[in-house]
Design a protein around this ligand. Structure first.
Ligand code: NAP
Length: 506
């Protein structure tokens, strides 16, 4: 464990390292009664408020079709906040003042009623930054944007936040982007991928570009391969309708896993500025080697979970949860991807994600090459390759695996040990949730950690042929037991080249 001097600015466990207040704003959550708003956005805003980052004049306006008063909405939000913050008394004490900022308006994106009054409500504070968070089905994005334009709310310091999924292929993504782009300029559009708001992901940038140590090694000469894993233990939850038309490739790989791959593979941007960073990510996406129909079964694996156990509890299979037996939707995918450029030539990027897997873990593993020559004799044991493991969840942190001498007298034996930096323990402060950071970035108008239109389109351009090849083959996904690490074919995918999935996580 690395020990760091504790910052002096924290007073309670809930306080994050440092906060800079943002300018006064009105944040409208379209879909303000939905799961995302209640479970992530509003608890995140509460924490930012409790840390003193949200000014007293800020307003948070929940919108949905359901008819309810401000008081009823606040009651519903209070229940959700209580669930989210657990026994954090310091945070609990700030809930009443936070709830007082909440306003509720009943509006239907598809109907005219109420929009004039809504426009008037927002125009009460002309100097406020306006953030419109579209936390609803993308099928409503056009309606919301059109109505905002009709009310003249799209101009000036106004921003719109788009949740995933942005389309289900290139064509539908372009249609959404065109429709939103007809109302908002690109610099006003914040396409959120909450993985980019995670501390570890930003730390990857710090490790790569604020240290001299890694960059000279960060290429095909020294790196053997990269693994990116996003494993969930949950099944369908309440998302059956959406998920069965999407699947793991669209739901996770097109956005989260490819964004993480970009962060690992991109060239150093000239500056930590939004377009400089996004230009470099775009180049990576455009360098992804297309996967052809001929090689699809060598480099991709699709799986679907069957009944098994999760956390010691018996759970049904995907088809039983769905209530249908004819779905071919993949709940697991593994891909051997390649970035066809000078830096990464020949280095496989193994991507995998799935539901009902053995553990909930998201991590990036950068595996370095073996030492070129072994000077120690056999009694020392093997020299295992160095590994940099960036853990996004749970327990955000970084481990650098090194070979050291086994301590003590006697012969020289080698040991593979991690230099372990668990952020929460090392810094003694709570790590902010991704949405907290990203919501404040939207208010500040900083799009560095959001996806630009061309990035989304480049990601789809790589995904589309995979989907088309799968469609053409019409093969059933490979079955895997709930609570396992996925289909055995995914193990073979990596082992064919003499490598293994990172053993810390399976
Ligand atoms: P949800 O629980 O189904 O909530 C949808 C919200 O939209 C509700 O507040 C609903 O309230 C409102 N709504 C539906 N139709 C409306 C209309 N015509 N006019 C105005 N409001 C309307 O969905 P969610 O899970 O919060 O997800 C929202 C979006 O975020 C989805 O696109 C989802 O894919 C994405 N997302 C969600 C998560 C997550 O963790 N939940 C994570 C990533 C992305 P009424 O029915 O009362 O109108």
């Amino acid at each position: 464990m690395v020990h760091l001097p504790k910052p002096t600015c924290h007073e309670a466990a809930s306080v994050t390292a440092k906060t800079v207040p943002v300018d006064p704003f009105d944040l409208v959550i379209f879909g303000g009664t939905g799961d995302l708003a209640l479970r992530k956005l509003l608890p995140g805003l509460l924490r930012r408020y409790a840390d003193g980052q949200i000014p007293e004049s800020a307003r948070i306006i929940g919108v949905a079709r359901d008819t309810q008063t401000d008081a009823e909405y606040r009651e519903k939000v209070e229940e959700a906040l209580t669930r989210a913050i657990g026994d954090d008394a310091a945070l609990g004490a700030r809930v009443p003042a936070f709830l007082a900022k909440l306003i509720y308006r009943s509006l239907d994106a598809t109907k005219d009623e109420g929009w004039d009054e809504f426009g008037a409500l927002l125009k009460e504070y002309q100097d406020h930054i306006r953030v419109f968070y579209l936390s609803t089905s993308p099928s409503l994005f056009v309606d919301f944007c059109t109505r905002l334009r009709d009310q003249g709310l799209h101009e000036g310091a106004a921003r719109v936040v788009l949740e995933k999924p942005i389309g289900k292929d290139s064509a539908s993504a372009a249609a959404i982007n065109d429709a939103v782009g007809a109302v908002f300029a690109e610099h006003q559009i914040f396409r959120i991928d909450h993985y980019l708001g995670k501390e570890t992901v930003q730390n990857l940038l710090a490790l790569r570009f604020a240290n001299i140590l890694f960059e000279p090694l960060w290429n095909a000469n020294r790196i053997d391969h990269v693994q990116i894993t996003v494993a969930e233990t949950v099944g369908l939850e309440k998302r059956a309708g959406y998920y069965d038309t999407s699947g793991a490739l669209r739901d996770m790989v097109q956005n989260h896993l490819l964004q993480l791959l970009c962060m690992v593979a991109m060239e150093p941007p000239a500056a930590m500025q939004a377009d400089a960073v996004r230009d470099e990510k775009l180049k990576v996406l455009r360098s992804l080697k297309p996967i052809t129909r001929e090689e699809i079964n060598q480099v991709t694996v699709r799986g679907q979970y069957r009944a098994g156990a999760s956390g010691g509890v018996a759970v049904p299979g995907y088809l039983d949860e769905l209530g249908r037996n004819d779905s071919r939707t993949e709940t697991y995918v593994a891909i051997k991807a390649e970035v066809d450029n000078w830096r990464w030539a020949g280095v496989p990027f193994y991507l995998r994600t799935g539901k009902r897997l053995a553990e909930r873990v998201s991590e990036i593993v950068v595996s370095f090459r073996h030492v070129p020559h072994m000077i120690f004799d056999e009694s020392a044991g093997p020299a295992l390759p160095n590994k940099l493991v960036l853990r996004l969840q749970p327990d955000e942190g970084v481990k650098l695996w090194l070979m050291i001498k086994d301590p003590g007298p006697g012969g020289l034996r080698l040991q593979h040990v991690p230099l372990d930096m668990s952020f929460a323990e090392a810094f003694g402060v709570r790590q902010p949730e991704a949405y907290e950071r990203l919501l404040m970035d939207v208010v500040r108008g900083n799009p560095t950690l959001f996806m630009r239109r061309d990035e989304v389109e480049a990601a789809w351009a790589w995904i589309d042929p995979i989907l088309a090849a799968w469609d053409e083959l019409r093969e059933a996904p490979k079955s895997y037991t709930s609570g396992s690490w996925g289909p055995s074919a995914a193990v073979a995918l990596v082992e064919r080249s003499g490598r293994t999935w990172n053993e810390d996580s399976n």
